[in-house]
Design a protein around this ligand. Structure first.
Ligand SMILES: [Zn+2]
Length: 82
């Protein structure tokens, strides 16, 4: 079984909140559709796959995709961005 290709969120569009551990409730993502910044209450696996899908909180934006975070450190050394 092959995973479908997911849109990548570039490193410039997500960051880890300071001093937060890797995982849920510690990642901020800028919506690729409208650039609204929102905190993920999602799970992110070691490969950067976000689950469940990224559903934009902006009522004027219909962005709703399964995505991957580009450059996700996967539990290694973290670089805080943004
Ligand atoms: Zn959006």
């Amino acid at each position: 079984m092959v995973d479908p290709v997911k849109p990548m969120i570039p490193t410039s569009h997500w960051c880890l909140s300071e001093n937060a551990p890797l995982g849920s409730k510690s990642v901020w993502v800028k919506c690729p559709g409208c650039n609204r910044k929102a905190q993920l209450d999602h799970e992110v696996d070691a490969s950067g796959n976000v689950a469940p899908s990224l559903d934009c909180t902006n009522p004027d934006c219909s962005y709703h995709e399964f995505v991957r975070l580009e450059g996700w450190p996967g539990g290694g050394e973290l670089q805080l961005l943004g």
